[in-house]
Design a protein around this ligand. Structure first.
Ligand SMILES: Cc1cc2nc3c(=O)[nH]c(=O)nc-3n(C[C@H](O)[C@H](O)[C@H](O)COP(=O)(O)OP(=O)(O)OC[C@H]3O[C@@H](n4cnc5c(N)ncnc54)[C@H](O)[C@@H]3O)c2cc1C
Length: 491
């Protein structure tokens, strides 16, 4: 590859930054363009009035040793282990999550437990005779848990999260969210503590100063290796000619400018990429693109003059009369995030960009959340709240509508014509990625550029097969020669 080839990375989330980091370290000329004022995308840590808080609960847990070692080499002693306690708040009671047999039976009572068992056995016996892949998320949950447990623990929350019926969401989401999680793993987990399902881990890694440190360290590495990072710079056009992307048009404040490149990695939402292509995409592709939807979120952070208001790392809130779906208490993640004797709780209200909740004035949102939290949970009083902060996060979740895979196929096959473009990341390829997946995708994109090939298959990351087969991954031992290391990860 031409040593001076310039590479443009679109988006400074974990996918874009891990890609840029590898390229810059290898001496390549790399430019990262980010529309927000800070790096990290969906995994940021914000600091206000001495309180640091994350944009939603982000635990680091991966089954991929290579990505884990890569992260540990980057973060070194900043990483700590956090014990996890997660509960569901449902019918004014707390249930452990993942479901624990004893507490569930206690909370449900014997009659409901009996019906849950009958339901589950019925589903299992029927599936023995009639094996059908679940299409909707409702079918997926019922096949794993039976109807009683589905209605108790999953239906309400899932519909609150997505703002639509569980019959309108593809079962793929369930596959990616809780792989291998069903009644038999719940039982195995209760009996044998070494159960490996990701949803069950009761300890996880976390940077002591907040999840945003991952992106900050990567950005620092990019800059130290003479890469360029533009913040507050939105890509509004992606210009192409003769089967290649030639440049991106960027808007910073009132200024419009163009950045040329020879290789492009896009981690911005695939639908925005398609909309920005110039000349525009054919009408048929635009039609499929318009079907891609996202769920957005308003986050309300309360600053509290008490410490450890809850014992939980995070709590899922199923009750429909409470606006937030989840809250996390920062003090239970690290004691380096909030001032001594104080804590911060982040509440997530899922909504659609531009709707009533999204547009609600900040003060009203803060009042709404404070009142509901005080009256429902009775853990603090009004005078304990010493401040608040609101931030809005667009495109938090790609929505897997029924048939989304076909729509995506059309879009991705259209993008396949650009020989110098790779797409990666959560919204970048429209897949429900965790951080490790986005990082892995970013690394693959970088290695493909370094090799002048497309041997690392970004599309293969975060598909069920990897987890179900308990894929063996080779450790990236520091002394391992680069070639051998790269070799292990080829298709
Ligand atoms: C509430 C929540 C909780 C989560 N919890 C966990 C967890 O516990 N564990 C875990 O591993 N993962 C978790 N995740 C997932 C994790 O946050 C993501 O997988 C990861 O951060 C995605 O990184 P990315 O780089 O792929 O995408 P993003 O973070 O979305 O990065 C894309 C970047 O591109 C920028 N961009 C977009 N459009 C443009 C444009 N036109 N011009 C310039 N820049 C642009 C964006 O601003 C953004 O910075 C969670 C996600 C959410 C939302």
């Amino acid at each position: 590859m031409d040593k001076n080839k310039s590479i443009v990375v679109m988006g400074a989330g974990l996918a874009g930054l891990s890609c840029a980091y590898e390229l810059a370290k290898a001496g390549k000329k790399v430019t990262v363009i980010e529309k927000w004022e800070d790096v990290g995308g969906l995994a940021r840590t914000i600091k206000v009035n001495g309180f640091s808080f994350d944009t939603g609960p982000h635990r680091w847990y991966t089954k991929n040793d290579m990505v884990n070692n890569w992260m540990l080499q980057l973060m070194k002693s900043e990483i700590t282990k956090v014990p996890r306690l997660t509960r569901i708040y449902f019918d004014n009671k707390f249930f452990h999550y993942p479901i624990q047999i004893k507490s569930t039976i206690k909370g449900m009572g014997l009659v409901k437990t009996f019906w849950a068992v009958v339901d589950y056995l019925m589903v299992r016996s029927l599936s023995f005779f009639h094996k059908a892949e679940p299409v909707t998320i409702e079918e997926g949950y019922i096949s794993q848990f039976g109807r009683t447990l589905y209605e108790m623990f999953f239906k309400r929350y899932t519909e609150k999260l997505w703002g639509r019926s569980c019959r309108e969401i593809s079962a793929d989401w369930l596959g990616q969210r809780s792989r291998g999680f069903n009644i038999s793993t719940v039982i195995k987990n209760a009996l044998f503590s070494k159960e490996k399902v990701v949803s069950f881990v009761d300890e996880f890694s976390y940077p002591q100063k907040g999840i945003g440190r991952l992106a900050q360290k990567l950005a620092q590495g990019v800059k130290e290796a003479k890469g360029t990072l533009y913040l507050n710079s939105e890509i509004i056009k992606i210009n192409h000619r003769a089967g290649k992307i030639s440049s991106v048009t960027v808007k910073s404040g009132k200024k419009l400018w163009e950045i040329k490149g020879e290789e492009f990695v896009s981690t911005i939402a695939v639908s925005d990429l398609i909309n920005g292509l110039m000349p525009p995409v054919p009408g048929a592709v635009a039609k499929f693109n318009n079907r891609l939807k996202y769920r957005d979120e308003v986050q309300v952070v309360l600053f509290i003059n008490k410490t450890r208001v809850t014992p939980d790392t995070w709590v899922y809130v199923h009750a429909l009369d409470i606006p937030f779906v989840r809250f996390m208490e920062m003090d239970n993640w690290s004691n380096k995030l909030t001032p001594k004797g104080k804590t911060a709780i982040v509440f997530e209200i899922v909504c659609n960009y531009g709707d009533k909740v999204w547009n609600m004035p900040d003060k009203r949102l803060a009042d709404l959340v404070s009142e509901k939290f005080i009256s429902s949970f009775k853990l603090i009083k009004k005078e304990n709240i010493i401040g608040w902060h609101i931030h809005r996060v667009p495109k938090e979740y790609p929505v897997y509508h029924i048939g989304y895979r076909k729509d995506l196929e059309v879009i991705k096959s259209y993008l396949g014509r650009f020989s110098n473009l790779q797409i990666a990341g959560r919204n970048g390829i429209f897949r429900y990625n965790n951080m490790d997946h986005s990082i892995e995708m970013g690394l693959y994109a970088a290695w493909n550029i370094l090799e002048g090939s497309r041997n690392f298959n970004i599309e293969s990351v975060n598909i069920d097969r990897e987890y179900l087969e308990e894929k063996k991954v080779v450790l990236r031992a520091p002394e391992l020669p680069e070639d051998q290391y790269v070799q292990e990860y080829k298709n």
